[in-house]
Design a protein around this ligand. Structure first.
Ligand SMILES: Nc1ncnc2c1ncn2[C@@H]1O[C@H](COP(=O)(O)OP(=O)(O)OP(=O)(O)O)[C@@H](O)[C@H]1O
Ligand SMILES: [Mg+2]
Length: 143
């Protein structure tokens, strides 16, 4: 069994850089679940994934209210934030499956509410607040 990869980020930019390295490994159709509390750094990490995909990271803003932001590139990035969704049914009603099973890379903040809808194989990352600007990032290995 391969162990999860754990690393410490000392700043917002280090979390973006970690997202870049992680993003380079992604392929069309991949789904990435980002776990972590409010302000942990999930959107910062997503900026890194975007950068790795040739998207300007400054354009990546939290889709908390829109739920979904789509960024065009050779492989499109679908950035989802399910914080404001109350149920998997609500997610279905707004057409979330189109993104989960689409041709782009799908990155999901607050995925808990839609776990029953996810494909069998997803990549998962957990970001935990340690102290001040310090975060522990865990890249979970594929099951
Ligand atoms: N090491 C770090 N990694 C990531 N962000 C950090 C770090 N240190 C400080 N920060 C700050 O913490 C905040 C993280 O915000 P971000 O929007 O990425 O969190 P989030 O997990 O997406 O939160 P939410 O659940 O509200 O969407 C930013 O203001 C960022 O500058
Ligand atoms: Mg966020």
């Amino acid at each position: 069994m391969i162990a999860d990869k754990k690393l410490i980020s000392a700043s917002s930019s280090e979390t973006v850089d970690t997202g870049v390295a992680f993003g380079k490994l992604l392929k069309p159709g991949d789904v990435v679940c980002l776990y972590g509390n409010l302000g942990a750094g999930k959107t910062q990490f997503t900026k890194g994934i975007a950068q790795a995909m040739g998207i300007n990271p400054e354009e990546v803003q939290s889709p908390t209210f829109a739920i979904i932001h789509e960024y065009a590139s050779d492989v499109p990035l679908y950035h989802l934030d399910c914080y404001r969704l109350e149920s998997a049914e609500e997610a279905m009603n707004i057409g979330i499956e189109e993104y989960l099973f689409g041709q782009g890379v799908c990155v999901i903040e607050w995925p808990e509410v839609i776990e029953s809808l996810l494909p069998d194989h997803v990549r998962s990352v957990t970001i935990e607040h340690e102290e001040k600007e310090k975060r522990r990032i865990t890249i979970h290995q594929k099951a």
